[in-house]
Design a binder for this molecule. Structure first.
Ligand code: CP
Length: 301
C-alpha cells in the first residue's frame, strides 16, 4: 500500500499482515523501554483540520515510539486562520521535508486529494463522514483480542450511522475478516444503504445474539436541526444493561470515543468489565505504529 485512505481493494491477507505487525508493536510497548529505531530519519506530520484527542495523540506517540521526528499542525494557531488553503498548507509542509502526513478533515476526500499534492505518504485520520480506516483497524484488532476470531461473529454497530466514518470503515473491514455486521439506528440516522452491512431501525434486531456491540456518538456537529429528538433517542436507542440482555451473554462493548455518556450508552456500562473502550485506545498506538511502519519502511514485505 502506498497510502491508507480506506479499504477499497484490500484483501484479507493484507489486513491480517498489518494486524500481525501491530501485535509485534504491542510487544514493543510492553517493554521497559518502549522504543525502537525503525523510523529513525523519517518525519511524520499530524495535520488535523478538525479536532481530535485519540487519533492525533496516538499517531504522534506511535511515530515517537519508532524514533521518527514528529510535527503537529495546530489548525487554530496556523495560517489557515489567515485564509490559507488546505492545499497550500500541505505544500508548505512538503517544502520542509515531511515523509508522512496524517490528515483529518471535515470534508470527505481531502486525504485523497492530498496524495496528488504531496510526495510523502498520506494516512486518512478521518475525513468527513467517509472513512476512518485506522479506527476500524484498531477496532478489528481489539475485537480479535477479545473474541479470538471474527469468522461467523455478529457485530452490531448502533447509533448515528448516517454521519459516522467509523461505521463506514468498519463495514468495509470487518466482513473481510468474516464478521456479520448489523447496523441499527433511528430511520433519520440510517443511510439508504451500506454495502457489507444489514441495516435495521430496530435496535433489538441488531443486538440479538450479537458477540459485540459498537456504540457510536451522536454527531451533533454534523446533524441538521430536528433530525432527532434527544429524549426519544435515549428512550429507544440508548444501549443499556437491560437492552444488552438481547446480545450474547458477556457480549463486549466498544465505543470509538469521544462518548456522550448516558446518551448513546449507559455510563455505568462504559466503565463495566465488558467495555473494551480503554483497550481500543491502548491498541490504537500499536496499530498506528504498524500502519506507519508498513507505509514508510515495509512496503515490500
Ligand atoms: N475515535 C476518534 O477518532 O477519536 P478522536 O476524535 O478523539 O481522534
Amino acid at each position: 500500500m502506498r497510502h491508507l485512505l480506506d479499504f477499497q481493494g484490500w484483501t484479507k491477507a493484507q489486513v491480517e499482515n498489518l494486524l500481525d505487525t501491530a501485535r509485534v508493536m504491542a510487544e514493543v510497548l510492553e517493554r521497559p523501554v518502549k522504543k525502537v529505531p525503525a523510523l529513525q530519519g523519517f518525519t511524520v506530520a499530524t495535520v488535523f483540520f478538525e479536532p481530535s484527542t485519540r487519533t492525533r495523540i496516538s499517531f504522534e506517540l506511535a511515530a515517537r515510539r519508532m524514533s521518527a521526528d514528529v510535527v503537529s499542525f495546530a489548525a487554530q494557531a496556523s495560517s489557515l486562520q489567515k485564509g490559507e488553503s488546505y492545499k497550500d498548507t500541505l505544500l508548505t509542509l512538503e517544502a520542509m521535508g515531511i515523509d508522512a502526513y496524517i490528515i483529518r478533515a471535515d470534508s470527505a476526500g481531502v486525504p485523497h486529494q492530498a496524495t496528488r499534492w504531496v510526495k510523502g505518504v498520506v494516512v486518512n485520520g478521518g475525513d468527513g463522514r467517509r472513512a476512518h480506516p485506522t479506527q476500524a483497524l484498531l477496532d478489528a484488532y481489539t475485537l480479535l483480542e477479545a473474541l479470538g476470531t471474527l469468522e461467523g461473529r455478529k457485530i452490531a454497530i448502533v447509533g448515528d450511522i448516517l454521519h459516522s466514518r467509523v461505521a463506514r470503515s468498519n463495514v468495509e473491514l470487518l466482513p473481510l475478516l468474516g464478521a456479520e455486521v448489523w447496523v441499527a439506528g433511528p430511520p433519520t440516522l440510517l443511510p439508504q444503504s451500506l454495502p457489507g452491512a444489514r441495516l435495521t431501525p430496530h435496535l433489538d434486531e441488531a443486538l440479538a445474539e450479537a458477540d459485540a456491540v459498537m456504540v457510536l456518538r451522536l454527531q451533533k456537529e454534523r446533524m441538521e436541526a430536528g433530525l432527532i429528538h434527544l429524549q426519544d433517542y435515549i428512550a429507544h436507542y440508548q444501549v443499556t444493561e437491560a437492552r444488552l440482555k438481547k446480545a450474547k451473554p458477556g457480549a463486549f462493548l466498544l465505543h470509538p470515543g469521544p462518548m456522550n455518556r448516558d446518551i448513546e450508552l449507559e455510563g455505568t456500562l462504559a466503565d463495566s468489565e465488558r467495555s473494551l473502550v480503554n483497550r481500543q485506545v491502548r491498541n490504537g498506538v500499536a496499530v498506528r505504529m504498524a500502519v506507519l511502519y508498513h507505509l514508510l519502511v515495509g512496503r515490500e514485505r
